[in-house]
Design a protein around this ligand. Sequence first.
Ligand code: SF4
Length: 453
Amino acid sequence: MTASAPRYMARFRCIAEACEDTCCAGLTVPISESRWSLLRQKVAGTPDEANVAALIKPNPDGATGQQAGILGKRADGHCAFLDEAKLCSLQRRYGEAVLPDGCSVFPRVLTRWGAQVEMAGSLACPETARLCLLAEDALVREPVPEEQALRPQVARQVAAGDDAWTAHADTVREAMLRLLQRREVPFAARLYALGRMALDLGDFYFPGTTAFASAAGEESRHPSASDASEPEVRGPMTDSAPDASETRAEAAEARLARVLREYESTDTLASLSAQLEALELPGGPWAGICGAVLRSREAAVSSPRFLSLMSAVRASYGGADTHPDQAWELHAARRSALESLHGERVHQYFLHHALNHFLRHPFTEAESLLNAVFLLVLRASVVRWVLLGHPAVVALLEAPGTPEAALDDAAVEAFQVVAKHVEQAPSFLDFAKGLAGEGPETFARLLILVKGL
Ligand code: SF4
């Protein structure tokens, strides 16, 4: 087995008591049947036997297997097994093998692309967020020793390659990662181009596509496909019909390659960037979406760290009753001021977040490529709203001589709390799905979000 990881994950070490958060704070931690059983064996006859019996309970949802048990929490929301040094008392006494998978692996996120195990990081850990956002070379991918990719057996298999959607996933993802790094156009224009590319691929490259099947005459099953046997590329790109001598599979593969190549073109990117620039959309709806996401999470999350930042962010935009148009005006003014002071630094945060997004969240798990892009843009929008509402950023704009380190600290906090308490929440994912809608409306709504960025 080989493993690879972006450089920041090879550098990662848990900072334990120096951490400004704790991974298990405010989260529900499940344990699998097999780990639970191993833990019971290890603690048998020790003073921890009674603790384990009392503090780990069967999952109230009735789940078995991977989610069979739930670890108890202290009144402050931390895991009941956390010691005074913010270290896991079970790991200290009985070793890593007894830990639930989530505790052992976090903040590593393991996925298996064919035979290759990839390790990315969850920005829900402040140390991971710091390493990922702040180092210029953080996202350079390279091989890592196998032992660093703990428990590769829990890696999600995201690209088995036994269907066209996953067989071409690596090629598509690499094209997306390259596009995100095209610095000659603004970051928002790159996201817009990603959306257009996803739209152009969307009627023949999707989960369950049969457009790449070699059997002649097969029809695509995609609900939005108007004619999957000769799917039409929409948008500014043109595409020629497949040569009659090509098999259906070859034609689809050639078409995929043509679309990806088109988005490598400098002219295409310049044209899309100009289109986006010329598009006039009000920012109020974008501000309204960001505010609504955060309000709904505030109602569900008990973490004091999250709640106090959200309260400060809301106050900085004028309070709960401010109209989204007014909040947007404040945001836009701050954005432009921050751009002139620390534009490159802020660009790095969002670029690294986006690159990490596609390493950490395999797009093959989305309903479509466009939905995967939509989710990234929504997540980036919410973080940008929080960052520009962060009291330290507001203060920095009022005192432009403030060292960049203050901005870095605010960014780490903003990205981390959003990653921990918003990005993965089922209610947020449901909201994103509803907001995205279906088919062409997804792209129209993506535009609103991209313009806000
Ligand atoms: S959040 Fe990260 S740095 Fe903090 S205790 Fe957990 S793994 Fe360690």
